[in-house]
Design a protein around this ligand. Structure first.
Ligand code: SF4
Length: 298
């Protein structure tokens, strides 16, 4: 018995909200969530559904739906992307897989927004139907991961495995003051990502008190700016500051790592300009820009 055939929420989000910054900028992503998560992060913004099995205060409810109906809704609403998100999609991989089979047949790009706490077996199962995968790398400390209910190493292994398999991967680290904001830990995260691929976009995003984590203050702008500097100094080509639009200079934009030209201009989840060619190149110098910039031809 596996959870299948329901959702606990469906919405259409800009792809930038997932966040994917190197995947069809400006695309509409039909996003569906289920109930439950293997982790219990105190700052979870989706605790109402993710903690439904664990926390009696959570009240997410399930609505029956078929893969065909979800995909038909995405097509009818002019979405290019379909995303399993909001709770942890890995715990309902069979369901996500079956939705993605239908989605691929309809020409949609398929994505997971996930904590990355995966096994090699589930990644092998999902890979044939998965285009892109966002991983939350929450910390570089096994102790912090244990407090959230998980383990660090499987998440690191997931990022490496996704990259090896050619699935487009972007990584997010929510920076929580006092939890994971030391320069040393941020350097460890950045160095690890560079070791997998310097092309992996790293989103360092601002925390604000939520759910059960109301002690730490919101992440200051200067901490995000320092994190971006750390990532760039480590050798990552694309580092973005998130959750503080208008307060992080142009650190939501994509720039060419070769000539510095601005290629995608963004404010928050809004895309103002896209200059990357459909073939994935900088129009100014011709450098290849890693990502998926055009829909695959069916
Ligand atoms: S892994 Fe994500 S969905 Fe699960 S509890 Fe943590 S923040 Fe929430």
């Amino acid at each position: 018995m596996v959870p299948w055939g329901y959702t606990a929420g469906i919405a259409i989000d800009p792809i930038e909200k997932k966040p994917f910054f190197h995947l069809l900028p400006g695309a509409r992503a039909l996003s569906f969530g289920m109930l439950g998560c293997d982790l219990h992060c105190g700052y979870c913004q989706n605790w109402f559904t993710s903690q439904a099995v664990r926390d009696p205060r959570a009240g997410g409810e399930a609505e029956p739906v078929s893969p065909e109906a979800i995909v038909a809704a995405a097509v009818a609403r002019h979405c290019d992307v379909i995303t399993s998100t909001y709770n942890e999609p890995l715990i309902t991989s069979e369901w996500g897989h079956d939705v993605f089979v239908q989605a691929r047949a309809a020409g949609l790009v398929t994505t997971f927004v996930s904590n990355g706490h995966a096994t090699p077996e589930v990644l092998a199962y999902l890979a044939p139907v998965m285009d892109a995968y966002k991983v939350d790398l929450k910390s570089f400390s096994p102790k912090t991961y244990a407090a959230l209910g998980g383990k660090l190493q499987p998440v690191l292994d997931t990022i490496a495995e996704l990259s090896t398999r050619g699935i487009w991967v972007e990584v997010v680290t929510l920076i929580v003051p006092g939890l994971n904001d030391s320069p040393g830990e941020l350097r460890d995260v950045a160095s690890f990502l560079v070791g997998v691929s310097p092309d992996i976009p790293w989103h360092v995003t601002a925390f604000h008190p939520d759910y059960e984590m109301t002690g730490p203050p919101a992440t200051p702008v200067r901490t995000l700016l320092e994190a971006v500097e750390i990532g760039s100094a480590a050798g990552l080509k694309f580092v973005y500051a998130g959750n503080l639009p208008d307060r992080v200079r142009n650190l939501e934009d994509t720039r060419c790592p070769s000539c510095g030209a601005t290629l995608v201009r963004r404010t928050g989840f809004t895309v103002q300009e896209v200059r990357v060619t459909a073939g994935g190149a900088c129009p100014s110098c011709g450098a290849t820009i890693a990502g998926r910039w055009a829909k695959p031809v069916a």
